[in-house]
Structure formats: structure tokens, C-alpha cells
Design a protein around this ligand. Structure first.
Ligand SMILES: [Zn+2]
Length: 475
């Protein structure tokens, strides 16, 4: 166990086998495609959001190619030299700098130029000495330059029988279509559900001998966005701060979060009456809830609620919660949500770090605006269409004025600045390369238009510039 000391839990509990790596669909594909070596793909693409275990999956897959003693169904033995070095160096290791025989990992966030890529490819093309295969894992492959991706393409178009390339990316849109079309197997690493993530956290908690509650782990799973790395790091942080006691209270205290019940109360009060709002804010103060903290969670709560109302990601939340949120936001249509988010954005932009009295006032007026949301949203729609019409009119007027101004100015130019004036001013100048500097020092005639001065001055300068250029052209 000594070598386990100092390792983060995320590394320590990283899944090492396909069995530990969750996702029944992926397991199914693996059992179909990785049983017979002759049937195994040589170019694989794994995509999915950050922290979903794409690299881990690629490393587990490498064992299917490199294991010296696989079981009948292709499952790696986990005991041979190859399996062990992949497990120890890559899967269980903290640093990716150490070489692992048979597997080359290329992190495209660091190495993405054409030459560096070519060097790795040249090495990969040479036949392996100790095994039948060589595995090249290209992490974040969308970061590779187009030239680099084209070098890759040449290799995978006619891939040698010993070589396996596993691409991993968070952004498959940025990968050349020609590369994608040559992948013989494409997999998506998906986020787990809150329940699955909490189950995984429960296993780890048991192995670490923690005192935990299921509810507390579900809060962590949600807060960590169901991303294993985030969630396990959160669990570790909380367990170490609270001496192994991962309770709902400790989790909430650690995350600094305000409970969603409180947000629901806020919305209920807002839609009830001014006195309900005032009572609620008094409650926040007596419970010592920091208004800053309250507001930062309020926006997230509103966004989450919008998802729930539209039936998205419902599996992330407890059934009762979904029901309560749907009831609470039942009165809002989509333009109301638009208004709501604008109101909250205003609140969060105007919040101060030190002035609690101002924050209290903001929270009160925000609640009052929330109570009038439908009125405001209707007003907003009307206001928007009026604004568009007004804009069109003023643009038209502006362009008309400009036409007149330019004509006037051209007339004035002819009167005010005669060729004689100019040749006098620039006496001795034999060559004029650029008139730009001169232009700035010329006093513009006053034109009586109060607004749009800035714009017109620019336009006048340009028009003057043309006149002067023309003049010099004709000298
Ligand atoms: Zn093995």
C-alpha cells in the first residue's frame, strides 16, 4: 500500500479493466469487436466531454492488443508484463511522461505541429520488437494542425498491420472529415447518470472507510457535473476536510451552496407579495446566508429549472424535486424565461462585495420584478419591435444627411481651399507620399448637426481626403 500514498483518489480508483469501466453499451461493443484479434479495429475514435474517461478507455483498450496471454474472449489477463506496465505506468500512474512499452501517447494540446507529429508517426511505422502491435493514442486530436492531421491521414489510409491508432477528442467537429471517415470504430464516452456516479462514489467511500449518506454523494455527483474526475476530487476534498464524515451538512458547507429549497422559497415569495419577500429576506439574514452566495446560486438554479421545465436531463434530479420545480415554473413561457434571466443577470452584475444593504435592496427589487415578469416580457417584445423600427428609420435619415453633407462639403472645399492655397502651403514639397497626417491638421468647417458629430467628422475627413488626393493626382 506504500506506493498508494500521496496518489489522488481519482488516480487511485481509476478503472483499470473494461469491467470497472462503466457503460453497458461500450461493454457490448467491446465484447463484439475485441474478441478476435483479426476482427479488431486499427483506427478508433473516442469522443465525449472532458473528464469522461476517454483516455482511460483508450488505455484499457490497448491491453486488448498488447496482452501476451488474453483469455478466450479477448479479455486481457492483467498479469503479463504488458498488462502490468500499462496498468502501473499509464492507468495508475500520475505522470504521462514515463514510457510504456507498446503504447505511445501523444497529447495534442502540447504537441501538434507537423514535424513533431511526423516524428511520432515515423517511430510508429517501425515494426514492434516485443509484441504484435503498437498502439498510438492521440489525445485531443482536434488540436493538431491541419498539416499534422494530413500526415496522420496518410498513415491511416494504409495502416500497417501492427499499428493501432486511437484518437480521442472533446471536439470531433474540428477533426478532418477524411480522418473521421477512416475510423473503423467510433465510440462516444458519455457522462454517467447522477445515480451511477453516486454509486461509484459510494464504492470509493467504502474502500476509504468514510461515513457517508447517499444524499450527500448525490449532491457531490450533481455539483461535479457527473464528471468522474471532478466528483472524485470533490469527495476526497470533503472527506479530508471533515475527517471522513461526508454528510449532507458537511457537503453543503464545503460547497458553499445554498439549498435549492431556499431558492424555491424565494420564487414563491416573489410571486406572492411584497411582505412575503421582506419576510424571506429577513430569514436569509437571521440564517446568516451571505447574499452574494445566494445570488451566485440563484442564476444556476434558474438555469437548472429551465432545463427541468423543458424536460431535459430530468434523470439528474430526484422525482419530487422535478415535480416541485415544474409546479413553480409552470406559469412561465419561454419569453418569460428570457426576461427572468435578464432580471437575474442585472442582479448579478450589480451585486457588490461589501455593501450588504445595497445587495438586500437589489434582491428585494429583483423579487418585485420577478412578480411582474409576464408584464415585463410583453413589454420587452413590444419594446424590441419598436426599437428595430426606430433603428431602421434613423439609419435611413442618417444616410440621407450624409449624402447632403458630402455634397455641401465638396462645394465648400472648392471655395475654401483653392489649388493656389495648397501649392502655397506645401511650397517646397516635391513629393507627397501619403496625405493622412496632413489631413488631421486641417480645420474642418463647422457643420450644424448636434448629434452624430463623431461619425460625420470621420466621414468628412474621408471625403476631404478624397478631394485632396484627387487634387494631388492632378498637380
Ligand atoms: Zn496480459
Amino acid at each position: 500500500m506504500a506506493d498508494e500514498l500521496g496518489k489522488s483518489w481519482y488516480t487511485k480508483y481509476r478503472p483499470a479493466t473494461m469491467e470497472e469501466y462503466s457503460g453497458p453499451k461500450i461493454k457490448d461493443i467491446v465484447s463484439k469487436r475485441f474478441t478476435k484479434r483479426s476482427n479488431m479495429p486499427h483506427v478508433i475514435m473516442i469522443h465525449g466531454s472532458r473528464g469522461c474517461g476517454k483516455t482511460t478507455f483508450a488505455r484499457i483498450i490497448s491491453k486488448y492488443y498488447l496482452c501476451q496471454n488474453p483469455a478466450e474472449d479477448g479479455t486481457p489477463c492483467e498479469e503479463c508484463e504488458m498488462c502490468q506496465s500499462i496498468n502501473e505506468i499509464l492507468i495508475g500512474g500520475e505522470s504521462s511522461q514515463v514510457e510504456c512499452p507498446g503504447v505511445t501517447e501523444l497529447d495534442a494540446t502540447i504537441m501538434n505541429g507537423k514535424e513533431a507529429i511526423q516524428e511520432v508517426l515515423d517511430e510508429a511505422l517501425q515494426s514492434p520488437i516485443y509484441s504484435d502491435f503498437k498502439v498510438l493514442i492521440v489525445d485531443e486530436c482536434h488540436m493538431i494542425s491541419n498539416a499534422g492531421q494530413n500526415s496522420m491521414l496518410k498513415i491511416i489510409e494504409d495502416i500497417p498491420s501492427h499499428l493501432v491508432v486511437i484518437f480521442a477528442t472533446t471536439d470531433p467537429q474540428k477533426v478532418l472529415q477524411t480522418i473521421k471517415s477512416r475510423c473503423q470504430l467510433t465510440l462516444e464516452a458519455r457522462k454517467q447518470s447522477v445515480k451511477d456516479m453516486a454509486d461509484r462514489l459510494m464504492q470509493i467511500s467504502q474502500m476509504e472507510g468514510l461515513t457517508v449518506s447517499k444524499e450527500a454523494l448525490e449532491i457531490i455527483a450533481r455539483k461535479g457535473n457527473r464528471v468522474p474526475r471532478e466528483c472524485i476530487n470533490l469527495l476526497e476534498g470533503i472527506a479530508k476536510t471533515y475527517d471522513g464524515e461526508v454528510t449532507v451538512d458537511n457537503v453543503r458547507e464545503h460547497l458553499g451552496g445554498v439549498s435549492s429549497e431556499l431558492y424555491m422559497e424565494y420564487f414563491t415569495a416573489a410571486n406572492k407579495s411584497l411582505s412575503a419577500i421582506l419576510i424571506f429576506i429577513k430569514k436569509l439574514k437571521t440564517e446568516d446566508v451571505k447574499l452574494n452566495e445566494f445570488v451566485s446560486g440563484l442564476m444556476a438554479f434558474a438555469l437548472d429549472s429551465m432545463y427541468i421545465k423543458h424536460g431535459i436531463s430530468l434523470e439528474d434530479y430526484p422525482v419530487d424535486y422535478v415535480k416541485a420545480v415544474k409546479e413553480l415554473f409552470d406559469i412561465y413561457g419561454s419569453s418569460d424565461f428570457d426576461m427572468l434571466l435578464q432580471i437575474l443577470e442585472y442582479l448579478s452584475n450589480n451585486l457588490t462585495a461589501e455593501d450588504e444593504a445595497k445587495n438586500e435592496l437589489l434582491l428585494t427589487t429583483t423579487a418585485m420584478r420577478i412578480s411582474k415578469i409576464q408584464l415585463l416580457a410583453n413589454g420587452l417584445a413590444k419594446e424590441q419591435s419598436e426599437a428595430i423600427t426606430e433603428n431602421k428609420i434613423s439609419l435611413y435619415e442618417h444616410s440621407q444627411k450624409l449624402k447632403v453633407n458630402n455634397a455641401d462639403l465638396a462645394e465648400q472645399m472648392k471655395m475654401d481651399v483653392t489649388p493656389a492655397d495648397l501649392s502655397e502651403s506645401f511650397d517646397g514639397v516635391t513629393q507627397v507620399i501619403n496625405t493622412q497626417g496632413l489631413l488631421d491638421s486641417i480645420q474642418l468647417p463647422k457643420i450644424d448637426i448636434a448629434e452624430e458629430e463623431e461619425d460625420n467628422t470621420q466621414n468628412m475627413r474621408m471625403s476631404l481626403g478624397n478631394e485632396i488626393d484627387e487634387f494631388f493626382d492632378n498637380v
